[in-house]
Design a protein around this ligand. Structure first.
Ligand SMILES: Nc1ncnc2c1ncn2[C@@H]1O[C@H](COP(=O)(O)OP(=O)(O)OP(=O)(O)O)[C@@H](O)[C@H]1O
Ligand SMILES: [Mg+2]
Length: 506
């Protein structure tokens, strides 16, 4: 870019970051103009989140320089970065679950009473009032008194976004803010972003969703394997050019659906009901079939999946596996019978973060490697290595702790774990959330391959192209009920949206 230097609110020069055994960033550059959206793209593990965590003061640099509004920054911590006006929405959210929405948004800066020049007492009335005002302004229908744990991942993302906006920062970092939310909320977010831009706020936006990039970006920077690749105005790129710069090769078919032979019913649910969440849910999924579950955030798709998998109780209804009713009280009841689920909340349900990648991949499959009393360690390692290769998981060692992997690579580890099992039914809640374009098509290919081998797959996805591209049949839910069913040939973006918003297809 040829602009004057002083246009940049942020300049990161030659940033280097080393983790034990990993050169995460190798002399990366990033220049962001005030009042613009700068999209940062790259494959899983490219170094995007690490670069942003340096900016927000969570990591220190091992080399390079950072200038913010012309001043050189040294040894930031998260508090000093916030004070300078740099706020970050994290990829992996970790709200305090027992706090209310209001407490979470105004954590550490709650309004207080001014009492004998002491301001230690939180003014709760004002806290909730301010939160209500903020939520109203952003058009979010949440009750400030609601506990964080009652929110879905999407809800938490929206609250996190509100929090960053409410801080009045001049630079907001959004690390995959829309990975769990659907088009309607994305539109709301983009409107907010346009407002922020007009007020001179700069936004660094990380996403793997191609269509979002060109809707929102003013400038784009691409990094690959910890190295700077290119940067320019958004108009300079098109989708193909961007993908090839990101992955170093061209990818043509993003949804490679390979039809499988569809057999008899494997799993069936009858009148499944959980009061207040979903009611009279009836469907079946057959061998070799990919059943898509579509709907807006809050439609109840995740709740139904969680109930089938034994994570939440049901009030009435039946779950049948290969024709026989089964009692489901906890996940083990169904795991034993060959049902697995990739949950949307990978942090709490999917991974043991402090354990190694190897342990995470093999933990539910130990019987595979233990023909007798002892685990065949060599075979265990060999199998895990194959999975890592197949899913292109970026990890420097089998023994690296799961929490040292990038967000997208953590997701792949959970997938590897389930794919290794002898499964009959696989439930996938947002299987490619946070996964880069290249790996996404690998995962889709694997889904087709497993379906061809007879697996029945239930896939929840907020991305309509993914639903349309992968599903043999689509069930649409709205407010806890099934509002329609479409087969592959009749399913379209418009029809799904009509059913998802309570309309009738005429
Ligand atoms: N705390 C850590 N300890 C060791 N290695 C780490 C740590 N955090 C990140 N890494 C490594 O640094 C590299 C970059 O990771 P980063 O999270 O920045 O990727 P990313 O571009 O955000 O990917 P994604 O799209 O999957 O979120 C990866 O190889 C990752 O394993
Ligand atoms: Mg990341």
């Amino acid at each position: 870019m040829r602009e004057q230097e002083n246009q940049y609110v942020l300049e990161m020069k030659n940033i280097t970051k080393i983790f034990p055994g990993v050169l995460a960033l190798d002399k990366v550059n990033l220049k962001v103009r005030a009042g613009t959206v700068h999209v940062l793209v790259g494959e899983n593990g490219a170094g995007k989140s690490t670069l942003m965590k340096i900016l927000s003061g969570e990591h220190q640099i091992d080399g390079g320089e950072i200038y913010f509004k012309g001043t050189k920054l040294d040894h930031q911590n998260t508090k000093s970065a916030l004070n300078l006006g740099i706020a970050m929405i994290h990829q992996e959210l970790s709200p305090i679950l027992d706090m209310t929405i209001a407490e979470n948004i105004f954590l550490d800066r709650e309004p207080t009473y001014n009492f004998a020049s002491l301001d230690i007492f939180v003014n709760f009335k004002k806290l909730y009032q301010q939160t209500q005002e903020l939520l109203d302004r952003l058009g979010l229908k949440y009750d400030p008194y609601m506990k964080m744990r009652e929110l879905s991942v999407a809800g938490m993302q929206l609250i996190e976004i509100s929090k960053a906006i409410s801080r009045g920062a001049s630079l907001i970092i959004m690390d995959e803010p829309t990975s769990a939310i659907t088009d309607t909320e994305v539109t709301m977010l983009f409107n907010q972003i346009r407002d922020l831009k007009q007020n001179g706020v700069a936004i660094i936006y990380i996403t793997h969703k191609m269509d979002e990039i060109f809707q929102i970006a003013d400038d784009i920077t691409i990094i690959r394997d910890g190295q700077y690749v290119d940067s320019n105005h958004a108009g300079y790129y098109d989708e193909n050019k961007l993908i090839s710069l990101m992955v170093g090769r061209t990818i043509s078919n993003i949804f490679p659906k390979d039809p499988a032979e569809i057999g008899e019913t494997v799993l069936e649910v009858k009148n499944l009901t959980r009061d207040g969440l979903f009611k009279d849910i009836n469907f079946r999924v057959r061998r070799g079939e990919i059943l898509g579950l579509a709907g807006l955030v809050g439609a109840g798709r995740t709740e139904v999946a969680r109930a089938i998998f034994g994570l939440d109780p049901i009030d009435s209804g039946e779950i049948l596996l290969e024709g026989s009713p089964i009692k489901v009280r906890k996940p083990m009841d169904v795991i034993e019978k060959g049902v697995a689920m990739l949950s949307e909340d990978r942090k709490s349900d999917g991974l043991v973060l402090c354990r190694s990648v190897l342990e995470n991949i093999s933990m539910t499959n130990l019987n595979k490697f233990a023909p007798g009393l002892f685990i065949d360690l060599e075979q265990e390692a060999e199998t895990a290595k194959n999975m890592i290769k197949m899913l292109k998981i970026k990890v420097h060692s089998l023994y690296a702790a799961a929490n040292t992997l990038s967000g997208g690579n953590q997701q792949k580890v959970i997938l590897a774990k389930w794919l290794l099992g002898d499964l009959k039914v696989l439930i996938l809640d947002e299987p490619t959330r946070g996964i880069d374009v290249g790996s996404k098509s690998e995962i889709h290919k694997l889904m087709c391959k497993y379906a061809q081998e007879g697996l029945a797959i239930i896939m929840i996805s907020s991305e309509l192209p993914e639903i349309l591209g992968m599903s043999d049949r689509v069930i649409v839910m709205q407010e806890g009920r099934i509002t329609g069913e479409l087969n592959r040939a009749e399913a379209s973006q418009e029809k799904i949206m009509i059913l998802a918003t309570g309309g009738k297809i005429g």
